[in-house]
Design a protein. Structure first.
Length: 402
């Protein structure tokens, strides 16, 4: 009888799990970085030119900041899947792996010899995750999908323009919310499939897409009934305000916060005004209220308002840069900045693990790999002899970074 699931993974939650990562950019590469956070051994399999994100600026020396962010906890193996020897090598790796993650366009993995039907035959326990723009089939199956494409299609840009308080023109959200959400869904799907395999011994095909993520992260906007919705907006005031010297955010999520906010303003008349007594009333009279608050909040500096609001327990925050947030004591306390050692850059700082497990404390692993840094190491790890590795290098099927 096997020991309980938890007792077999003592060093980390996914200790012993081997991931072959064929993914690129955010949605394809970041899922396996998250699995690596939990202790999985992640082998990033790249073509000779590498993940195309390696070419995206800005750079530290010749290393892309974006690639560094999305590929922590990995080893890099350069493998040419257009060569028969490269495909055979991939099959040999997949026969010993637990997870494959890829975001080739639908059909490309099959053409390169690493599609789910082929790999699942040689390894029925394999959890195979496909990430795409629109899905593995359907009317848009051949289209390339990127975060802004789905932002435009799914209502994100339109909604941001409407709720920004400007002219209502669509706005592009620079933060790649849909890409990162897709990566989280992919990691969630893989973990679920691994749990299923633990109980049944069977692997399976896990699929998600940017389109699916675009729906998943705004579920309230897809609720439809036979009745017409009444009212516009949901919470007021819940937005940015300009103080005398700087911007800050104010979030009055319920009537209790409204009462506390009025106490901070020292304004009994506003607190007792029936037009603003409840959130539905504040929504109904939003234009009048917001103009009043803009005038009031512009009379003092943001720091003074934030100090008073925080003391009263009212949700608020300064508008900061990333650099300012990195110096925040709560960020440090949560362990959300981790130092790692990079082969080219030396000591570097990256984001930490966002989920903490009490039974298997996180131990930081490696930084993102240089291209082809671990080719020989990985092949030896999977049982390739020195002669076999040399033959693959001469064939051009693999490449080891000098």
């Amino acid at each position: 009888m096997n020991p309980p699931f938890g007792e077999r993974f003592m060093k980390s939650a996914l200790d012993g799990i081997v991931v072959l990562d064929f993914g690129m950019a955010i949605a394809g590469a970041f899922p396996s970085a998250l699995l690596g956070d939990m202790g999985a051994e992640v082998i990033k399999i790249e073509p000779r030119f590498g993940d195309f994100a390696r070419q995206w600026s800005p750079f530290f020396k010749d290393e892309s900041q974006l690639f560094l962010a999305w590929n922590r906890n990995k080893k890099s193996l350069v493998l040419d899947l257009t060569r028969p020897a490269g495909q055979e090598t991939a099959l040999r790796l997949a026969s010993q792996a637990d997870v494959v993650v890829q975001n080739f366009r639908p059909g490309v993995a099959d053409r390169l010899g690493v599609g789910y039907p082929r790999l699942s035959k040689i390894n029925p326990r394999l959890v195979y995750c496909s990430v795409s723009g629109f899905g593995q089939d359907g009317p848009y199956v051949g289209r390339p999908g990127f975060d802004p494409v789905l932002q435009a299609m799914s209502g994100f840009m339109a909604a941001q323009g409407i709720f920004s308080g400007g002219a209502g023109d669509p706005l592009f959200i620079v933060f790649a919310l849909i890409d990162y959400s897709t990566a989280l869904l992919a990691a969630y799907g893989v973990m679920t499939a691994l749990y299923f395999r633990e109980k049944t011994g069977k692997g399976q095909h896990v699929e998600t897409s940017l389109l699916n993520a675009a729906v998943a992260v705004q579920p309230e906007r897809f609720v439809k009934t036979q009745f017409k919705p009444v009212g516009q907006g949901s919470v007021v005031p819940y937005q940015l305000f300009k103080a005398k010297d700087a911007w800050f955010f104010l979030g009055i999520a319920h009537d209790g916060f409204w009462k506390k906010f009025c106490e901070v303003l020292e304004d009994r008349e506003l607190a007792n005004d029936p037009r603003f007594a409840t959130n539905p009333k504040r929504v109904e009279n939003k234009q009048v209220l917001i103009q009043m608050l803009r005038e009031r909040l512009a009379q003092r500096n943001a720091g003074e308002w934030l100090e008073r609001l925080t003391a009263a327990g009212v949700p608020c925050a300064p508008v900061q840069t990333v650099e300012q947030f990195m110096d925040d004591p709560q960020v440090a306390h949560n362990g959300m900045l981790v130092d790692r050692e990079h082969a080219v850059l030396g000591k570097m700082t990256t984001g930490g693990v966002p989920v903490k497990l009490s039974q298997v404390p996180y131990q930081p692993t490696g930084a993102s790999p240089a291209l082809g840094q671990h080719t020989r190491e990985v092949l030896a790890r999977f049982g390739f002899t020195t002669q076999e590795v040399g033959d693959l290098e001469r064939d051009g099927a693999v490449y080891q970074r000098p």
